[in-house]
Design a protein around this ligand. Structure first.
Ligand code: SF4
Length: 215
């Protein structure tokens, strides 16, 4: 596995060999994650799409290109952050991963978080955010962080959402623009509640959308 951080090599091999849920039968290959074990900023999306399944790399294609733009807007690149998904295998037809599939895959995600120990985790999309923001909608809570286990977790729209609803592009850009502040905040007082940051967008139920297929 050339190019894989040694801290992740063993885990990635376990993922590649995993038969633990039905997605193992339909995947082309697993998509474990990408980025250095030293990353302080982690992004967790939903599931690999068709291109990710082909290439074994998360967030490629149009949504990935938008993610690259968003990272550049805060002075970052893929090489400085860690990117993965809640499940490591593509659901057929890009359907949502099922709760039992998410549960089977969770130990891998937990180990990724343990290895990284990131300061900030950005949850991309409603399936991803459900772990720490259950019972609400992304339209209500996007961009608003909360402290969890000594770090900040913040829900955001999935970049693919902007490909289907152009009005969400500026919403996602505004939420991304706050990430450097959240990183500083997490470093200063990781166990304290984050400073309230005025909402930059009007978060309403009307802003809630169905997660589009990953492109
Ligand atoms: S989605 Fe996760 S649990 Fe299911 S087969 Fe793939 S790696 Fe294993």
């Amino acid at each position: 596995m050339p190019g894989v951080d040694s801290a992740f090599s063993e885990l990635y091999q376990e993922i590649a060999d995993c038969p633990n849920c039905p997605l193992a039968r339909t995947r082309t290959q697993t998509v474990p994650g990408a980025g250095p074990a030293s990353a302080e900023l982690m992004f967790i999306g939903e599931a690999p799409g068709a291109r990710e399944d082909e290439q074994g790399v998360p967030f490629v294609g149009p949504a990935g290109r938008f993610l690259d733009e968003l990272l550049a807007s805060i002075g970052r690149s893929r090489e400085t952050v860690y990117i993965c998904n809640v499940v490591k295998c593509r659901p057929p037809g890009n359907r949502d991963p099922q709760p039992e599939e998410i549960a089977e895959c969770r130990p891998f995600l937990d180990r990724q978080i343990e290895i990284l120990d990131p300061k900030v985790i950005a949850m991309l999309g409603r399936v991803s955010m459900a772990r720490w923001f259950p019972g609400t909608t992304i339209g209500r809570v996007h961009g608003n962080p909360k402290p969890v286990d000594g770090r900040l977790v913040v829900p955001m729209y999935h970049p693919a959402a902007a490909l289907h609803r152009g009005d969400l592009r500026s919403v996602i850009e505004a939420d991304f623009a706050r990430l450097p502040v959240l990183l500083e905040e997490a470093e200063r007082a990781p166990s304290a509640p984050p400073t309230a940051v005025p909402a930059l967008t009007i978060a309403t139920e009307a802003a809630e959308i169905e997660q589009p297929p990953l492109l």
